[in-house]
Design a protein around this ligand. Structure first.
Ligand SMILES: [Zn+2]
Length: 414
């Protein structure tokens, strides 16, 4: 049995279940200790009680010397497996072209699809590993990754195979999602045919091979309609996959209400969602996922209305949406900080959004986002006493070490 006793924890942060809008989302235990056994938390609480427990058996003692410890961060929405770069699109936007204009002239998702088509599975894995390592250094210990740049079956399965291979190459836990992202040009006049192809030749085999836990659809004007999304959602349900939806990103399409109607696990983006939709999400228990990296990266449009979503009673998760076209952002604490400074969340709610909120958005057990007896020992050690320092220097979070399954995977604890 490998046992490690961590003391000198100035603040041990525990996100808990939200009950309405009033309860504080975090519990802070001061002068705490953690006992880790075989990659799991076996005890957590006041230093004296835990140290006495540890004394009963052999444990390696690590004194953190007054540093804050937080549960590992859960990034519940990314497109981190892709090929090539779209930095020139950023240059075009800086000269005044819009995201839609660039997409209409061959840029956007179709550009990423053309780049992915040319890449080997191995290249996709290697480039994504570099990005995952940078995410890990910012505290992310669980990461959702979507397909959706393949569009056609062979390329979608190549992308899903790369996502699956990543699971064995990183300490991070990966959750895979098969994404209906765009209708390929060759099917623009045969949309129903593409929807059937997606369901039968992409979604169903991905579910059978256990290469996806969720299905996601980009519901937006000019992309997938509600009716098309309904067909895909029914196929997802039949295949045993959970449902996530990209909604109300560029226009208010009533997407939040639609996600509530379909009983999705999460509704993501929601920049343009309306009050009726926010109330519907809260009633249906659909997690509202905000992605402030997009507004940061594109420099246009509204910031996600995280405060309005919380005030409506929604559980709000925060994710990076890391992707080459609209949010080339790996830094989850930065996104949480923006959900506070621009989206109106408290710092406590922002941290909840990248821990317990991320777990809720991926239908993971709450124990994956807390540090109590029996939980996964995934945690982040700050170089500061006050956990709120995580948000104090945007882009440069004061992280000394990230631990996954009881092992230090980045940084050091000396
Ligand atoms: Zn996305």
């Amino acid at each position: 049995v490998r046992r490690h006793l961590y003391t000198g924890i100035s603040e041990l942060v525990q996100p808990h279940a939200l009950e309405g809008q009033t309860r504080e989302p975090l519990t802070i235990q001061r002068d705490a200790a953690l006992l880790i056994e075989n990659g799991q938390v076996s005890a957590a609480g006041p230093r004296r009680a835990i140290a006495a427990l540890a004394a009963a058996g052999h444990a390696t003692h690590i004194d953190l010397g007054d540093r804050a410890v937080l549960p590992g961060f859960i990034d519940s929405h990314t497109h981190v497996v892709f090929a090539g770069t779209r930095v020139d699109e950023m240059a075009r936007r800086a000269r005044g072209e819009t995201y839609e204009q660039i997409a209409a002239s061959g840029g956007g998702i179709k550009r990423s699809a053309a780049q992915l088509e040319q890449a080997s599975e191995r290249e996709l894995v290697e480039t994504a590993l570099g990005r995952l390592a940078r995410m890990l250094s910012k505290g992310t210990t669980t990461c959702e990754i979507k397909s959706g740049y393949g569009l056609l079956p062979a390329a979608e399965h190549k992308q899903l195979a790369a996502i699956s291979a990543l699971g064995g190459r990183t300490a991070m836990r990966i959750v895979a999602t098969v994404l209906a992202h765009s209708i390929p040009g060759v099917y623009s006049e045969r949309r129903a045919e593409y929807v059937a192809l997606f369901c039968e030749q992409i979604l169903a085999p991905a579910a059978r091979a256990e290469r996806a836990r969720f299905c996601d659809v980009f519901v937006e004007q000019g992309v997938f309609t509600n009716d098309e999304a309904r067909t895909i959602a029914a196929a997802a349900r039949a295949a045993g996959l959970g449902l996530k939806l990209h909604v109300d990103q560029l226009h208010d399409n009533g997407g939040a209400e639609f996600a509530a109607e379909l009983g999705a696990t999460s509704a993501d983006h929601l920049e343009e969602s309306n009050a009726r939709g926010r109330a519907a999400l809260a009633r249906a228990g659909v997690v509202a996922t905000v992605l402030p990296g997009c507004r940061l990266f594109l420099g246009k449009g509204p910031w996600p209305a995280a405060r309005a979503l919380r005030d409506a009673g929604c559980e709000v998760a925060v994710a990076t949406d890391c992707n080459p076209g609209s949010s080339m952002v790996v830094d989850l604490p930065l996104c949480a900080m923006l959900a506070a400074t621009e989206g109106g969340l408290s710092l406590e709610e922002a941290l909840w959004g990248i821990t317990r909120g991320g777990a809720r958005a991926l239908a993971l057990p709450a124990t994956d986002a807390t540090l109590t007896a029996g939980d996964r020992a995934d945690f982040v050690v700050l170089s500061a006493e006050d956990w709120r320092t995580l948000f104090y220097s945007p882009g440069d979070p004061p992280i000394d070490a990230v631990v996954i399954g009881g092992q230090v995977v980045t940084g050091a604890l000396t």
